[in-house]
Ligand binder design. Sequence first.
Ligand SMILES: C[S@@+](CC[C@H](N)C(=O)[O-])C[C@H]1O[C@@H](n2cnc3c(N)ncnc32)[C@H](O)[C@@H]1O
Length: 323
Amino acid sequence: MLPGLTKYTPEQLDETALTPYRAKFTCINGAAGDALDRRRLTRGQVPTQSHHYTSQYFHPWGRPMLSSCDRAPRDRYSRTCVLILDKYRGDGRRLIAERLQAFRSVIRQLEDIYNVRPFPHQTAQSLTELYLLVRALRPRTIFELGAGSRSSTVALAAASATLWKCRIYSLDICPTPFKGFADQYFPALEFGPVRDIQQNAVEFLIPGAWKFPLLMLYDAHDDDLPNSVISSHAITRWLPRLSGQVVAIHDCSVFPADYAGTFASPYTEAVHFSGRKVVGFAETAPLISWMNERRVDFCRPGDELQELGFDGHDSSLIYFRVP
Ligand SMILES: C[S@@+](CC[C@H](N)C(=O)[O-])C[C@H]1O[C@@H](n2cnc3c(N)ncnc32)[C@H](O)[C@@H]1O
């Protein structure tokens, strides 16, 4: 348990699932977290149940989220890059099973650290997918946008530790320093180097010195900070510098385009030219529109895991290669 957090009984946790997670995290991050509390949902303020695909779960950052069981069935669409499938066909299944098991322990540990039960978007599968993407792509640089609870950093840095010269740059308005976090909570795990960058994303430019291949994890949302529309900054300033590199976007659920359900705010949805509907936070629509204009296809690691014989449903990650 981190200092300042309350330990809840299982019954209380059901209630506290509706408590703004960010408020708890502010205890760790300090006052700067308050800036993000602007839109936080308070207990009892359940997201509109406008459709049964909206679940009662809350995103760890105070946003309602879709439950994993509501995901689309495996899609059957064309995919231009299938990094995980290509790398882990055959013998790789053993490593995947072993990683899923290891990340289940990591998730349990994170739940203990933050004392939050519902972690539906940061599942063992989600962390495994990040780990596998890194191992498949073998990047020299990982750009993590949104350090948050540091769960994604754990997965990325565990994978980068197996690579030669891979460095993670983790950008957040107020990152919990990864080294101290890892030393305290995961002393037995080996991690690659992580450099935290404390900055508003919309003021950040990709340094020319960053080495390629590069993997970007996009996991921070438009307008979480006032006047900070990260997606337009990403489209105008980052993506043009990332030609040929891979970008993975978190918190995206994928449905068939003709899926009739509607999604309560703050979800946005956009139909990708491949015939899939992507539902996520505010950045989803502009990013999918950017992909449509350039005919950029995307992959869903959950589908790749399913093709490898695993249960791929617990996934909210998509990724694409920048043209
Ligand atoms: C969804 S959380 C990231 C979750 C994280 N990847 C994890 O595994 O726990 C989003 C993060 O983005 C950060 N963030 C939001 N808007 C930002 C901005 N404009 N600049 C920098 N960081 C921002 C927040 O502080 C928050 O930590």
